[in-house]
Design a protein around this ligand. Structure first.
Ligand SMILES: *Cc1c(COP(=O)(O)O)cnc(C)c1O
Length: 476
């Protein structure tokens, strides 16, 4: 089975192929990113997506229960005995009340893919199931990542549970930068036994160092530059389709950081169309935070396009050079804290070319939202009974903007991806509700008071005052 799967450079004019075991995540011939590619003619592919519904009948079998591996025919790079699962992808497509969210969408038109239900509390687990499968298949004992938090939390959890020779767990090495890191996520990495290296620099610096150190020490990289991660993340789209009875929505809205999901979702639908399993893909909206808006800057303001693979590198280089110069002149805050949504606080997205390809394939758009919009949206989602972290709320904030701009129509069916759980970053939530912001960047006074702020009410230890306070609270 495995020789029908291989690695292939995404640049159409190169398209060099490599064995699955190739170590480098870049093309040795042209430096392009690599895809996991399949010779579908030699693989058993179901005739329709309905086939996957039959897996529920055998869900006591862990691979059929896994939200990643019950779709294993669509990511067939390993045989079933090799697959790693810890029960990822038990997610549900939620359908909140659009009126409660104050969104001008017709009732029933909004769905939220809540990836906070994953074992480590973020969508990263989908990718890790696939990438750990590959690491173990290659006999690797040590894995590494640079992380704003969720990648390290997920990697640490998978490393603790993935047995290698002598029944030992894998060893996980996490690179974190200076400045803000959400404590919920760091706590997970530490608790699950990852060794953490803090270096003086931002995320983008960590990313460079993890690649260099991995080459020297033979660590297996678990960032989304790893093409197997993206194979696992394709299944988020399969579960969205499953939740919609195998109907394709009009829009998928996703926050964009390193653009791994953006890349994976595009690949998922390109393949489903090639296989005749869907006719028309959805459109894709990628949402940046204003403080880390590289993708928006490149696509919307500088006109960068995939262009059938002929994307203009000079535009990217110029943008990055200017960014560095401005940072040098301290016009923008470095190393961190450019946005409260730490999971998307990334200025040099490693998957940029794949993400451009996704935009072309899914007729995508990009937008950017402010920290205030993100925090208000997070509170609104919370009121609907779904706890998500700031980066996740960017998807709803982006939807609100795209509806206002008429890009998304009120009658269209929209799926927003809620990428991570609220407990990942409780500091930000408490800061929002109490008006006491915790990090340097957030200590800047907000320009407007928080609309849904819900801080504790101070009352004397006296029943009379307590009851009066309770009765006078507004019904929220
Ligand atoms: C990693 C992460 C993101 C960013 O996803 P990319 O695939 O890197 O664009 C967004 N939200 C959360 C919660 C994350 O953990």
């Amino acid at each position: 089975m495995t020789d029908a799967a291989f690695l292939r450079c995404i640049q159409p004019d190169c398209a060099a192929t490599y064995e699955l075991s190739a170590e480098d995540p870049f093309c040795r011939s042209c430096g392009g990113l690599l895809d996991v590619a399949y010779d579908w003619n030699r693989l058993p592919v179901p005739g329709s997506m309905h086939y996957f519904a039959t897996r529920w009948a055998t869900r006591q079998e862990p691979l059929d229960h896994s939200g990643v591996w019950r779709f294993r025919e669509l990511l067939p790079f390993a045989v079933t005995e090799e697959l790693v699962t810890i029960g990822e992808g038990q997610t549900l497509l939620q359908s909140p009340d659009v009126r409660a969210l104050g969104l001008p969408l017709e009732p029933g038109r909004l769905h939220l893919q809540y990836e906070g239900l994953n074992p480590s509390g973020s969508f990263k687990d989908n990718g890790m199931a696939a990438a750990f499968t590959m690491a173990r298949k290659l006999g690797r004992q040590r894995v590494a990542c640079a992380s704003t938090g969720n990648t390290s939390a997920s990697m640490a959890l998978y490393a603790a549970l993935t047995r290698i020779a002598d029944d030992r767990p894998m060893q996980a090495v996490v690179f974190i930068g200076e400045g803000k890191i959400a404590f919920g996520k760091l706590a997970q990495a530490l608790d699950h036994g990852a060794r953490t290296v803090q270096i003086a620099g931002d995320f983008d610096a960590c990313m460079r160092r993890v690649r260099e150190a991995s080459q020297r020490l033979g660590l297996y990289i678990m960032n989304s530059i790893n093409p197997f991660r993206l194979e696992g993340q394709k299944t988020i789209m399969y579960r969205v389709l499953e939740g919609l009875g195998w109907d394709v929505p009009d829009w998928i809205v996703v926050p964009g950081g390193n653009l791994g999901n953006t890349s994976a979702f595009g690949k998922a639908f390109m393949e489903l169309r090639e296989l005749g399993l869907v006719e028309r893909p959805p459109r894709l909206a990628v949402v940046n935070a204003v403080g880390a808006n590289t993708f928006c800057e490149l696509v919307d303001r500088r006109g960068l396009r995939w262009d059938g693979g002929a994307w203009n590198r000079a535009i990217v280089d110029a943008c990055y050079t200017e960014g560095e110069r401005r940072a040098g002149e301290k016009e923008i805050a470095l190393p961190h804290g450019r946005t409260v949504a730490s999971a998307i606080d990334i200025t040099r997205p490693v998957n940029l070319p794949k993400a451009l390809r996704s935009l072309e394939a899914l007729d995508g758009v990009v937008c950017e939202v402010t920290d205030e919009e993100i925090l208000e949206e997070k509170a609104r989602i919370g009121r609907c009974g779904l706890g998500c972290e700031p980066a996740s709320a960017a998807s709803l904030a982006g939807l609100r903007q795209l509806l206002a701009r008429g890009v998304i129509g009120r009658e269209q069916r929209v799926v927003c991806i809620l990428t991570g759980h609220a407990l990942k970053d409780p500091d930000v939530t408490v800061g929002y509700h109490t008006g006491k912001r915790t990090t340097d960047e957030q200590s800047k006074p907000a320009s407007r008071p928080a609309v849904l702020a819900n801080g504790p009410v101070q009352v004397a230890d006296d029943l009379e005052s307590i009851c009066r306070a309770i009765e006078s609270l507004p019904w929220k």
